[in-house]
Design a protein around this ligand. Structure first.
Ligand SMILES: Cc1ncc(COP(=O)(O)O)c(C=O)c1O
Length: 387
């Protein structure tokens, strides 16, 4: 166990690698980051080509810095033997997801990350210049895919307190009802980290025409402890035209393995399925995903440490006079009152990756919650850059 009570990946993998006789090649060599930027040096040193990236504090992409749980690593290690097969036993990933949510396998569509499901929703529901309605800023991949398919995004600015303006989303959706192919709600929202309260989701679904599909992106669901939040899966069970997306990239620590899914009524899944690739997910990810669904204890441990580290960092920044948006996710936004891109470059010089600029919040920095060590490095750099 390391200082955070989380077992070091290096030790576990070392044991496993030795057991399978491949000491030098460990497929899961993702130790908890602890080396400093200066100690690692730059690309191409004796430390190897990956050393530059490995040595950075990676606070840019809202990942789980501790990696997957041991049960997940073991399940993935067992799945290596299927590397050379097409029709291998896949662990029953679709059935496992369905059982996890009390739906049938026909209600589930898996993708190479939930991004594949977001793209499928755009491809299926936004043909012929149709419109997608959502907030700004949000996880804009949905808008980007929409632009690729020549659809238009109607992005509603956040309210003064950085929350979604649900009344405006409803008004604009109704006004454009004939052209709106999709409503996109990210809950909690990326990049702000705040939730859309359950009452507002209900209001949305009660107010807009039932035939308009609503995609509720719950990538950060597992981090939320806010009593005003609830998952929108209940609307899928009620047969509403709602697609809930989830991912194994965040709390489960499998971003690099690419596994996510959508849950929706069967007829909606039947519209999405033909626009997915169909075989984009590998054997390791499937087996890892099944194990991750069962590992509630690890999930809870990650949620707890993430909250502790987030609150500690936010409190320190607040005590220095910086405004923070209260977050229910594994990242937060801080108003640095300076251009976020320039600040990002300053952090990069110090070996720290932070979130990019999220217009129109140009002076806000999105910071993912890393390990306590990474956050200490972040705070040291923050003080140096903004002194
Ligand atoms: C809100 C949101 N949705 C979806 C994704 C896509 O994640 P993935 O494709 O890894 O499941 C991300 C990634 O950062 C995200 O922040």
């Amino acid at each position: 166990m390391n200082a955070n009570g989380i077992t070091s990946r290096r030790r576990f993998v070392g044991g496993l690698a030795a057991a399978v006789g491949c000491n030098s090649l460990s497929p899961f060599g993702f130790p908890v980051e602890s080396s400093s930027w200066s100690a690692v040096g730059s690309r191409g040193t004796a430390a190897g080509p990956d050393a530059e990236y490995d040595g950075m504090a990676k606070l840019a992409s809202n990942e789980n810095p501790y990696g997957p749980s041991e049960t997940v690593l073991k399940a993935m290690n067992r799945a290596w033997k299927y590397s050379n097969r097409y029709r291998y036993p896949d662990g029953g990933i679709v059935e496992a997801i369905a059982a996890h949510h009390g739906v049938t396998p026909e209600n589930v569509l898996i993708g190479a990350g939930s991004a594949e499901i977001l793209k499928a929703a755009d491809d299926a529901f936004l043909p012929d210049h149709r419109k997608v309605v959502g907030v700004e800023p949000t996880f804009e991949t949905v808008y980007r895919y929409a632009t690729n398919s020549k659809a238009q995004a109607i992005a509603i600015p956040l309210r003064a307190d950085y929350t979604a303006n649900m009344k405006e989303i409803i008004r604009v959706t109704k006004l454009n009802a004939r052209d709106v192919g999709l409503v996109y709600i990210c809950n909690p929202n990326n990049p702000t980290g705040n939730i859309v309260p359950k009452g507002e989701i209900r209001m949305l679904l009660e107010s807009i025409p039932e035939e308009i599909p609503v995609l509720i992106d719950e990538a950060y669901h597992h981090f939320v402890e806010n009593p005003d939040y609830e998952s929108s899966l209940k609307y899928v069970l009620q047969g509403r035209k709602v697609i809930v997306t989830r991912t194994f990239s965040k709390i489960a620590g499998l971003a690099g393995m690419r596994l996510g899914y959508g849950v929706a009524p069967r007829e909606v899944i039947d519209q999405l399925r033909p626009v997915t690739y169909g075989s984009s997910i590998n054997a390791l990810a499937k087996h890892g995903g099944v194990a991750a669904l069962k590992d509630a204890a690890y999930e809870s441990k990650i949620r707890q440490i993430t909250r502790q580290v987030r609150e500690k960092t936010a409190a320190e920044l607040k005590s220095m006079g910086y405004e923070i948006i209260p977050s229910d996710a594994n990242f937060f936004m801080v108003n640095i009152k300076k251009d976020a891109t320039q600040a990002g470059e300053e952090f990069l010089k110090r070996g720290i990756l932070v979130g990019r600029k999220f217009p129109p919040m140009d002076q806000w920095l999105r910071v993912s919650i890393g390990t306590p060590d990474e956050m200490n490095r972040f705070m040291t750099a923050f003080k140096a850059i903004f002194s």
